[in-house]
Ligand binder design. Sequence first.
Ligand code: 13P
Ligand code: SF4
Length: 304
Amino acid sequence: MSTGIIEKIQTLKKQRNAVILAHNYQPGDIQDIADFTGDSLALSVQASQTDADVIVFCGVLFMAETAAILSPEKTVLLPEKGAGCPMADMINVQQLQELKNKHPEAHVICYVNSTAEVKALSDYCCTSGNALELVQTLPKDREIIFVPDKNLGGFIVERTEREMILWPGYCSSHMLIVPADIEAARKAHPNALVLAHPECNPDVRALADELLSTGGMLKLAETSDVNEFVIATENGIIHSLQKQNPDKRFYPATEKAICPNMKKISLEKVVWALEDMQYQITVSEPVCSRAKRSLDRMLEVLPS
Ligand code: 13P
Ligand code: SF4
């Protein structure tokens, strides 16, 4: 890794009074230069609390949009404008409005992996880190619509025994993990604990020992007596798991579990972002205020 480019980023960061936030799925060199790495929930908390003037968001569009909604007075930069999330684009406002018209009394929860417009049309937002806690705060006599991830939604239904109306969206990167991968990994590493993300398919979830957000995986790996783990989520997280637990072993369930959008950010693009103040992510009114309402509700339910 070039030290020159890292020094350049540090200098530009000071000049701009910027903070660099990176998701756990980012390339390792990006995680290493970030001021803060975390899961979607922890990054949202950071974005809402930072004193910096500029937030460089190393992640995908919905994450930068979330930061812009939570801190509208700050400049939020996404170093690669084409870094989107296919799952977030699997439902649009028209589709959500039609669903709401069919179930006018239902509470609407959207996964944070959604567009600002969909958040604005929802009552609550959640991440995989607080979805269970959030659903448990809702009255049992009201229907719940959950969009866009059918897998996170299915996981909530299994754990809370609450019926929900699920939108058929999914994460194309987590779909690449199949049951045969878990079976093979268990054979190869019989002492390992299998940690899977709730975005995995139900047949993969059924084979896991624990279903956790990426932040939850990091917490468990650190506190557990177990020394080996099979990781069924996007493989970027192996970098932080290994860095935080140098004496433990982490095996990806499959090398295929890569999110191409998360990997679009590079050190060079972070330099260009800070030099040219690009690409600025803003969310206009009234969408911003409406989406902030569901995000504020998300931030009220932080897991212990
Ligand atoms: P978390 O890091 O919140 O578990 O999110 C997973 C994800 O797919 C983000 O795009
Ligand atoms: Fe979207 Fe999946 Fe990539 Fe997360 S890992 S940004 S859900 S495509």
